[in-house]
Design a protein around this ligand. Structure first.
Ligand SMILES: Cc1cc2nc3c(=O)[nH]c(=O)nc-3n(C[C@H](O)[C@H](O)[C@H](O)COP(=O)(O)OP(=O)(O)OC[C@H]3O[C@@H](n4cnc5c(N)ncnc54)[C@H](O)[C@@H]3O)c2cc1C
Length: 221
């Protein structure tokens, strides 16, 4: 990731902001730059803001950039982001980051808004041969579930920790991994979510024999 002083920001007018559930939003603006699926952007609203990082949730051929974000109650930036309306300007950095999708048969594991880079990879034509575990507390937080189901079929495994629903694993992605008889130690596992989710998931995978170098993580903090 680039350090803040190296980031160049450019203003983009917001084209759409969609309220997805009580505290999650999908913000969009038209893009005029290329990026790799899995990359992030730094965002500011005012020049004086400390930038915050967000994964790009749209595909490399989509005309717009989508950003999926949660409002963290009592925090300084995300509530202001949620208050923007179409036409407001957002300061956007050039794309950065090395959590990049491949065409290989990787395993994707996400929790909460950590699904964003995998949506970018899926929409960029990289979903062939993938398995996706998507964790959320409630059904309304299984973001883009229908898109993933259509692209991945049986290889899409939604997990709900606080709701029981037919056809959906009841528990966290970590619970799902723990109850598997076998874990594929040859494949690369991509993890994205909170620090707690990434650390717990990486521990399970490495304890079950996945080499450390085959576990790649994007940690949201
Ligand atoms: C690589 C990466 C990708 C991310 N992608 C997403 C995403 O796609 N969707 C999503 O919802 N979230 C994402 N996040 C988390 C996001 O960047 C924010 O942390 C989150 O939205 C909460 O921001 P906040 O300002 O509301 O909360 P705050 O608690 O105010 O700030 C969150 C973090 O920003 C830093 N920070 C706060 N104030 C300062 C300060 N004055 N100076 C320096 N640093 C400060 C701290 O690290 C703090 O933990 C990502 C984080 C990272 C690192």
């Amino acid at each position: 990731m680039q350090i803040q002083s190296e980031l160049n920001f450019k203003p983009y007018p917001i084209s759409n902001i969609q309220h997805l559930n009580s505290n999650s939003y999908l913000l969009s603006f038209q893009r005029d730059f290329d990026f790799h699926a899995g990359q992030i952007l730094a965002l500011k609203i005012a020049d004086a803001d400390t930038p915050r990082y967000y994964s790009i949730a749209s595909g490399i051929n989509d005309p717009q950039i989508d950003i999926l974000f949660n409002v963290k109650p009592g925090s300084t930036f995300s509530p202001r982001l949620a208050g923007l309306v179409p036409g407001d300007l957002l300061q956007v950095s050039s794309p950065a980051g090395m959590f990049l999708g491949t065409a290989g048969p990787d395993i994707w594991i996400a929790a909460g808004t950590g699904i964003a880079p995998f949506r970018s990879m899926m929409r960029s034509g990289l979903s062939n041969g993938k398995i996706l575990l998507q964790g959320a507390s409630a059904p309304e937080s299984l973001y883009f579930a229908e898109e993933f189901r259509a692209a991945l079929g049986e290889a899409y495994v939604p997990c709900l920790s606080r709701h029981s629903q037919p056809g959906i694993f009841h528990g966290r992605v970590t619970d799902y991994l723990r109850q598997l008889d076998q874990i594929d130690t040859e494949k690369t596992h991509y993890l994205c979510g909170s620090a707690e989710m990434v650390v717990d998931t990486r521990d399970i995978l490495t304890e079950r024999g996945v080499p450390f170098g085959k576990v790649l993580a994007e940690v949201y903090f």
